[in-house]
Design a protein around this ligand. Sequence first.
Ligand SMILES: [Zn+2]
Length: 249
Amino acid sequence: MPTYSDYGIVLNSSAYSEADKIFGIYTRENALVRAIGKGARRTTGRFGGKLDQLSCSQFHFAKGKNLDVISECEQINSFPLLKKDLHRLTNGILFLEIVSNFAHEQESESTLVYDLLYDGLNGLQHIENIDLFVIEFVLNFLSIHGFRPQFENCVSCSQEINKNEYEEMKGYLYSSVLGGLLCHKCSQFIYCKQIGVEVLDILCNKKSSGDNSVLKYRGYLRQTQELLMEHLNVRGKNKIKTFEIVASL
Ligand SMILES: [Zn+2]
């Protein structure tokens, strides 16, 4: 049986048989791998906690007809600080769900997605402003996939957005379906919603998670996250469910 090795992060798992589980693993070179972990449903199984959701390992896979089989794995990072803080842990699971919702086998951008996910989970263990960090993660993820929202020109007619005009009105017109700002003319016949100047500042990365002057923006972080989740929901395989839990904490 041919074999291969790769670094991977466990996104999710489901029961396969009485003793075995199927794992969804995002790997650095092979993107999404769905593989069987034999004996993984037994608490005394040889994998221990190494196949828990969020765990990062070097995996050794045996190629199967339909599904590959995990033959060995050596854990690299279990992100232990995430598990000590419910808010951080839930956001970590949100990262996994976002990656899972766009993941396919053999994506050309797998290295970028894997590195972003690894750095995201690692950073989430210590970062002070979690909400802003989540926004940066989602924007970087969307950039990798070519889905970053468009803010410079009208997403419908490409006319440049006159920011002075909008700043006087204290808001912009945004279409989630088209993924960006609309000019006044296009907003008359395309469904859109008004977003505050502060939300656009956050989305345009005028604030970074290392910036101490984030107080002004604190009230707008949730609104910005909601807008990004809608953006992901329109483009991904499924609706992001974990965000509701994040928002309720
Ligand atoms: Zn337009």
